[in-house]
Design a protein around this ligand. Structure first.
Ligand code: ADP
Ligand code: MG
Length: 112
């Protein structure tokens, strides 16, 4: 469903992600783990169009995500939240997580 092939990202002389491959299958939950600096966040930045790789392919269904902008990729149902400890304190846990797909919300009903 989501196919990541041969992704390499360089920041100047530093190779942050080196020929990374992963296939995300429909209906399954996948995790990406690794030590600090392994390149996890950079990979999420590639999938969501925030960082462009020097090589590789990111395909979702038939779309080549590398040709799309973040604000287009979100309409494929692909979004992320940033690694930021600051939460919206007026939202509950569920709502904080779902802030990443806020473009889908027609409105939020909530009693404050
Ligand atoms: N915007 C950037 N500019 C330069 N180097 C970066 C940038 N983002 C990440 N890096 C470097 O790329 C490597 C991978 O970082 P990152 O993807 O944040 O790792 P992780 O999320 O697995 O901890 C690290 O060496 C980090 O310092
Ligand atoms: Mg990270």
């Amino acid at each position: 469903m989501l196919e990541i092939k041969g992704i390499t990202v360089k920041f100047g002389g530093l190779t942050a992600v080196n020929k990374f491959n992963m296939i995300i299958e429909k209906g399954k939950i996948h995790s990406l783990i690794g030590p600090n600096g392994a390149g996890k966040t950079t990979l999420f930045n590639v999938i969501t169009g925030v960082v462009k790789p020097v090589e590789g392919v990111v395909k979702f269904k038939d779309a080549n995500l590398l040709n799309l902008k973040t604000e287009e990729i979100i309409y494929y149902g692909i979004s992320r939240t940033f690694q930021n400890l600051q939460l919206f304190n007026f939202l509950n846990v569920y709502e904080n997580i779902y802030s990443g797909i806020v473009h889908n919300f027609k409105g939020i009903y909530r009693k404050y």
